[in-house]
Ligand binder design. Structure first.
Ligand SMILES: Cc1ncc(COP(=O)(O)O)c(C=O)c1O
Length: 358
């Protein structure tokens, strides 16, 4: 079987050495030494500052919104459900603006139109879908014009740069997920990268029940800390992450070459590198999409319709947001297997099946 995804297993010997340190120190959570080490190493690896580890990518979004005082947001309809469910759970008033048909990311022109019609939002929440960077300059122009804060859901964008700059350095904050299915993981986990140190400081209190540095209580907080055992997994996996990303990106390129002209593929940001986080393909014809999925299943190859439905259609929304592009893409997108343990032959086996059907 060719699995859709296979999480990275940490080297047990290395991991154990870290876990022994934790047991010896009896410091299991609450910003311990491994938390500090992982923070510093991730900041250096990713080329960012003000990185706050948190217990998952969902809480990362919620805490980022709280820290930036975002109580209403305009967001993308094409993302994993957590991008919007996390906001709704927090009572954030939400509207959708459509995506660009080429990149599948929030479209700056549609965003500008939406904000001209209704400027009543504190911020913009956009996802770098599949690790493909949004038009970060276009979104910055629109956000500046309308005086909006920007949060990027960068759950898929570990190790992605735009030019020389980490994609995480755009916007007021970027959130990461370190779920086991991601390129880099801590089993469960995540991080927020803040542009401003003051927002980082506020968020650090918020993820520790709102307790301030002097022990007094500030704004009500939550518990979203990453514990030392999970930091140990991160430190272990980080040693080999360059090789992992290189391999995944190489497989992504082979997929792209093999499938070019046979299926539609999202257009990648011209100045960005690849991390091989996902392998999305788009097949407009529903019958053909089903035929491909059936043929893959018959050949023991996993795939997933991902992301669907378009989120503007979820949760019994009262309003219609007119996100036709997102609805179209969500109707025809399929993610193919892509992970560190696949070989070039596995990729060719998948693309051969697709070519035979189409
Ligand atoms: C785009 C996106 N945002 C947010 C999340 C939520 O992350 P987590 O599973 O770490 O809570 C995911 C997770 O899988 C995701 O794909």
């Amino acid at each position: 079987m060719i699995a859709l995804n296979k999480p990275l297993p940490p080297d047990l010997e290395k991991l154990n050495a870290y876990l022994v340190q934790v047991n010896d120190s009896s410091w299991y959570t609450n910003f311990g030494p491994l938390h500090e080490q992982l923070t510093k190493r991730l900041e250096a690896y990713l080329g960012v500052q003000n990185l706050l580890l948190v217990s998952n990518g969902t809480l990362a979004l919620q805490v980022a919104c709280k820290a930036l005082n975002i109580n209403s947001a305009i967001t993308t309809p094409f993302s994993f459900v957590a991008t919007t469910s996390s906001l709704l759970w927090q009572g954030i008033d939400m509207a959708f603006s459509d995506i660009d048909m080429n990149s599948y990311n929030l479209c700056p022109i549609a965003l500008d139109d939406a904000l001209q019609q209704n400027n009543n939002y504190d911020g913009v929440v956009a996802t770098h879908v599949y690790g493909n960077p949004c038009d970060v300059n276009g979104i910055a122009d629109v956000a500046n014009k309308h005086n909006k804060k920007v949060i990027y859901d960068a759950a898929h964008a570990f190790g992605i740069n735009v030019g020389e700059q980490s994609v995480l350095n755009f916007g007021d904050a970027s959130t990461l997920s370190f779920h086991a299915t991601k390129v880099f993981h801590t089993v469960e986990g995540g991080a927020i990268v803040f542009k401003h140190r003051t927002d980082f400081d506020k968020a650090k209190q918020l993820i520790n029940f709102g307790i301030q540095a002097d022990g007094s209580l500030g704004e009500p907080g939550i518990n979203a800390k990453l514990n030392e055992y999970q930091c140990a997994v991160g430190l272990t996996l980080l040693d080999d992450i360059d090789g992992v990303i290189k391999h995944r990106a190489a497989l992504f390129k082979i997929y792209t070459n093999e499938l070019n002209g046979i299926v539609e593929l999202p257009q990648w940001h011209a100045q960005a590198n690849f991390n091989g986080a996902y392998m999305p393909i788009f097949i407009a014809c529903v019958q053909k999409q089903q035929d491909v999925m059936q043929a893959l299943a018959k050949n023991n190859i996993q795939c997933r319709r991902y992301f669907t439905p378009s989120l503007d259609l979820a949760y019994d929304q009262q309003k219609s947001f007119g996100c036709a592009n997102s609805q179209k893409i969500a109707g025809g997108v399929i993610c193919l297997p892509l992970h560190n343990f696949m070989s070039v032959n596995d990729v060719i086996a998948v693309t051969d099946v697709i070519k035979e059907v189409l």
